[in-house]
Design a protein around this ligand. Structure first.
Ligand code: UGA
Length: 437
């Protein structure tokens, strides 16, 4: 299906690069703009700067049609009918969002945009940011843009599908022309009955941070209950299944374990707390402070479990399965697995980390840890195994074969997904995070 518009995407990280490739696949002429002059030629050669299932093939196909190109030159945006702003909003010390990439992007593109361009923000921002960005764009361009907001909900590891077929499209705008242009570009999604919700700009900004805050809360809720379950001798997996069958609760995002990480949920709840305080609604968001605390406590919980298994960790060989913050990703930002690996290393253990995709990124962050690509070799003489990111290949491990490799057959399943009966039958001692069998 083609929609054939002139589009540009400003900021070619996870969100922007995937959006650019998918919009080009759908028949638009897309230019991706980024300030990173190493990343731009890489993308133009069809090499993804990050691992994301299916992204490489979509990128290469879109480049081959001639519909997609990447540049560092903002003058190339002058013919764009729609401009999506997708730059990162990382965390500042103290928790607030760092919006400097947004201001820089606005300053860079404003002089070159056509007066009739529809500018659409997609970055995750504190409520009120769009109004400031609109003002800045108008000051720098001399035009009168009505900035629209279109928050994104894509998940790493599912980014292509979430862009092709999102659960919903949310548009913050009261400009009829902008709304109709955005509808036009999302024609393929609308043809697939994706709900299209139009609201005012502050509501659209808040929808995004509220969605992530809810997801984070759900995970911390089940993790808090799993702490109780541990002490009470109850089973959190059976409990989650039972409460999740109530459709008002739902069974998604109820997996207890080492908690949430990544470039979104942790920083988004902290930014939400900070921006709510700024606008005088700090008290309402105080519960998110506890959500964050519960989440970080899960990492300590694994470290405590490791200490209770091995006592003094000095010189002990500990294997960590997983470095990415979640499977099907090479992203190690705020990764619970790596945080735990580092804490165990700080306690004197010899830590060996495996990950199918994230070793290079992990090594760049924690060069002092040992990394091993061979999933059998890594078990040699291990005294403790920590399963911290639930890649499919870890579920398929053969515990009977691994028993012959290790010095001490003890494993902690920080994601509660291994087959406990199988590991126990093979002679392992296995412990979960509130999971019994
Ligand atoms: C999250 C949201 O899910 C997306 O909707 C949103 O668009 C994105 O942030 C963003 O703001 O850009 P993502 O960071 O890719 O997406 O990861 P999630 O799938 O949400 O997982 C986050 C973390 O929670 C992972 O570390 C995962 O292991 C953990 N998790 C997830 C649990 O510990 N338990 C669960 O039940 C589910």
């Amino acid at each position: 299906m083609t929609t054939g518009m002139q589009v540009s995407v400003v900021g070619c990280g996870y969100l922007g690069a995937v959006l650019a490739a998918v919009l080009a696949e759908q028949g638009n002429q897309v230019i991706g703009l980024d300030v990173d002059d190493a990343k731009v030629p890489q993308l133009n050669s069809g090499i993804p700067p990050f691992f994301e299932p299916e992204f490489e093939s979509v990128l290469q196909r879109s480049l081959a049609t001639g519909n997609l190109s990447f540049t560092t030159d903002p003058t190339k945006l002058s013919a764009s009918e729609i401009v999506f702003i997708c730059v990162g909003t990382p965390q500042l010390d103290g928790g607030a969002a760092d919006l400097s990439q947004l201001w820089r992007a606005a300053d860079a593109i404003a002089p070159y945009l056509s007066e009739t361009a529809v500018v659409v923000g997609r970055s995750t921002v504190p409520v009120g940011t769009a109004a400031k960005l609109e003002q800045r764009l108008n000051q720098k361009s001399g035009h009168n843009f009505q900035l629209a907001w279109n928050p994104e909900f894509l998940r790493e590891g599912h980014a292509i599908n979430d862009t092709r077929l999102p659960d919903r499209i949310v548009i913050g705008s009261n400009d009829i022309n902008a709304i109709s242009k955005i509808k036009e570009i999302y024609q393929p999604q609308l043809a697939n009955q994706v709900p299209f919700l139009v609201m005012d700009v502050p509501t659209a900004e808040l929808v995004k941070v509220s969605a992530n805050a809810f997801l984070a809360t759900k995970i911390s809720f089940i993790n808090a209950i799993s702490e109780v379950a541990d002490i009470a001798g109850a089973d959190i997996v059976a409990l989650a299944e039972a409460i999740g069958l109530d459709p008002r609760i739902g069974n998604k995002f109820l997996a207890a374990g080492v908690g949430f990480g990544g470039g979104c949920l942790p920083k988004d709840i902290r930014a939400f707390i900070a921006s709510s305080q700024e606008i005088g609604a700090g008290e309402a968001m105080q519960f998110l402070v506890e959500v964050d605390r519960i989440n970080l406590r899960q990492r300590d919980r694994v470290v405590r479990l490791a200490k209770s298994q091995l006592g003094d960790l000095t010189g002990k060989k500990v294997v960590v399965l997983g470095a990415a913050f979640k499977p099907n990703s090479d992203d190690v930002r705020d990764s619970p697995a790596l945080d735990v690996a580092n804490a165990i290393h700080q306690l004197g253990a010899r830590v060996f980390v495996h990950d199918p995709k994230a070793i290079e990124n992990a090594r760049a962050r924690f060069p002092e840890l040992n990394y091993e690509r061979d999933l059998t070799e890594i078990f040699k003489d291990a005294e403790l195994v920590l399963h911290l990111t639930e890649w499919q290949q870890y579920r398929e491990l053969d515990p009977a074969m691994l028993l012959t490799k290790v010095a001490n057959p003890v494993i902690i399943d920080g994601r509660n997904v291994l087959d406990f009966a199988k590991w126990r039958a093979a002679g392992w001692q296995i412990t979960g995070m509130g999971k019994r069998d």
